[in-house]
Write a protein that binds this ligand. Structure first.
Ligand SMILES: [Zn+2]
Length: 323
């Protein structure tokens, strides 16, 4: 059982489900994963069982894990009410997301309930809490499309940018098959003014074109290499060389690692790689190519910097949230 090291008011903090945490207390962090997830696109594979989540977290903790960032956004069964107890019992710090995924991950009535002010909803979940749980989100998750950004992505990213400006929260982006990094940065940063260092480009491992990765890195955004989940493993063997090239080009401080367990079958407690794989195997494989020091930084100081924000003081947000 752990009590988070409280953050100092006015200083950058990671907003966990148990409260604000001094970034240096985050520990070894899986920067993109899921304990709870529900999507019409993954029928029969829903992550809804709190006891299975507890077992997966215990396995992650036993492998040396200290923190998990759950990228499940609004309306996809985040399990916000379960997360504080799971964090307390496991000793693993947990961050939960607000934001919206691609439209295909929602029944139309769920998106209809979001209404016309998604930014207000995101800000409320970041500053007041998710529903009536009192559990505050610590990041904003949105999604691009395949080699482009559709109207839904433009709508959610405009709202994500507005919520970032109101709260300082980092914006994590699901890149569809690892594509459209440049389109996303142009939209979020050039059009909507989000500083690149407050954007995390996710799933880059799924499109390991060295030129594309270099261009994504040059934007200044954080780069998340999050896998393998069962559905996306074909490019796993490219990961060590891709990270080596980025580190050699001076981008080591932008690199993040995650497990992205999206289905029940992918959990370690069901025989899959799950959350522990990152620490049990992958960190050692990567250390052979990158050296242990860089891999440790990718698992500790990089995520601490990526997810820390100077949050608005209580009740002092720059806009009132009515979502
Ligand atoms: Zn994910």
């Amino acid at each position: 059982m752990t009590v988070p090291t409280p953050a100092v008011a006015g200083r950058a903090a990671v907003r966990t489900v148990q409260g604000d945490l001094a970034p240096e207390a985050l520990g070894v962090c899986d920067a993109h994963d899921h304990l709870f997830l529900r999507s019409p696109r993954l029928p029969g594979q829903e992550l809804t069982d709190p006891e299975a989540a507890a077992a997966e977290l215990a396995a992650f903790r036993a492998a040396g894990g200290g923190a998990v960032i759950q990228w499940t956004p609004h309306g996809m069964g985040r399990g916000a009410e379960e997360l504080p107890r799971l964090a307390r019992d496991s000793g693993v710090r947990l961050v939960v997301a607000t934001g919206l995924h691609q439209a295909v991950h929602y029944a139309p009535e769920v998106l209809a309930r979001v209404g016309t002010d998604p930014a207000g909803l995101f800000v409320a979940e970041l500053t007041e809490g998710i529903g009536d749980t009192g559990v505050r989100a610590g990041m904003i998750k949105v999604a691009g499309g395949f080699h482009g950004v559709d109207a839904h992505a433009r709508w959610t990213m405009a709202a994500a940018a507005e919520a970032h400006h109101a709260t300082g929260a980092v914006v994590g982006v699901h890149l569809e098959a690892g594509t459209a990094a440049e389109d996303v940065v142009e939209l979020l940063c050039d059009e909507h003014g989000v500083p690149p260092r407050r954007v995390i480009l996710g799933h880059l491992n799924r499109f390991p074109d060295p030129g594309m990765l270099r261009r994504a890195a040059r934007t200044g955004a954080f780069l998340a290499f999050d896998g393998p989940s069962r559905a996306h493993h074909a490019t796993d063997w490219r990961l060590p060389d891709a990270l080596r090239a980025l580190a050699d080009a001076g981008h080591g401080a932008q690199l993040l690692l995650g497990g992205d367990t999206t289905t029940a079958a992918a959990r370690s407690v069901n025989g899959g790689p799950g959350m522990p794989h990152l620490l049990r195997r992958q960190r050692h494989w990567l250390a052979e190519v990158l050296g242990p020091e860089l891999v440790t930084r990718m698992l500790t100081v990089n995520p601490a910097r990526a997810f820390a924000a100077v949050w608005p003081s209580e009740g002092g947000g720059r806009r009132t949230a009515d979502g």
